[in-house]
Design a protein around this ligand. Sequence first.
Ligand code: BV8
Length: 243
Amino acid sequence: MSDFERAAELIKSAKKIAVLTGAGISAESGVPTFRGRGGLWQKYRAEELATPEAFQKDPVLVWKFYDYRRRLISKVEPNKAHRILAEWENSLGNIEIVTQNIDGLHQRAGSKKVVELHGNIWQAICLKENRVFKFKENPIKEFPPKCSECGGLIRPDVVWFGEALDPLILEKAFNLFESADVAIVIGTSSIVYPAAYLPQITKKNGGSTIEINIEETALTPLADFFFKGKASDILSQINNYLS
Ligand code: BV8
């Protein structure tokens, strides 16, 4: 029996499956990753852009960074990896996704059960009213953009480095990986915490972990299965043994 078949058996017999995705699952859609070749952070340093201090210092620069990504994301489509996970949500019925991505591609592929750990690039927060709202202006016309209701400064509704994640969202993610007997980890360097901790919870509770990545990561030594390859290729191969 191949590892693909074994992984498929694990998925078929799972009571609950928790999926953690990172920028790598959107790479095949054309969205640059953070730390890989040509990654976003290679051009910019995270500290310069995705931190509250950076926004405080230069909200225009930070908003131009997000406007660049919004324009790029608005032109791409979910890829086969996103679509297979959406199919599995329907066919298996016991799978939920926790994503570090802010691109919304899982939802556009049809996934309904998606926890966005780090926020969503198409939402903003009015700092004056402390209100979260959909902000889809594309491209952004004025920098920094202002709240249409009160004229106050707004910021992207994303979690920056050094910022706490929404406790309710984090609790939901922890509970999911705690109750899962299978964790599937796709396209993340497993560097950023607390996200990287989630699959370790499943492991600690005696669950199994399946990692899909084009290269080994900090999680790989812990994984029960490590499939080296592109997310859409590996998921397609596992999917062949599910249908
Ligand atoms: C917090 C949103 C506390 C904005 C992001 C030391 C130890 C532990 C923690 C820390 C530490 N030092 C600092 C920290 C905390 C810090 C952290 O983890 N830093 C890291 C860098 C060490 N964490 C935080 O600050 C978090 N908050 O801890 O708060 C706190 C508590 C109370 C009160 C106050 C504070 C907040 C973290 C969230 C930061 N926001 N993004 C935005 O997107 O602009 S993180 C950013 O990195 C993205 O969200 C991204 O999703 C995330 C993780 O990156 P990946 O998704 O893994 O992407 P990456 O490029 O790294 O990897 C892509 C992978 O895909 C690669 O492995 C590649 O091989 C693979 N791949 C590529 N192509 C494919 C593929 N795989 C398959 N198929 C392909 N085709």
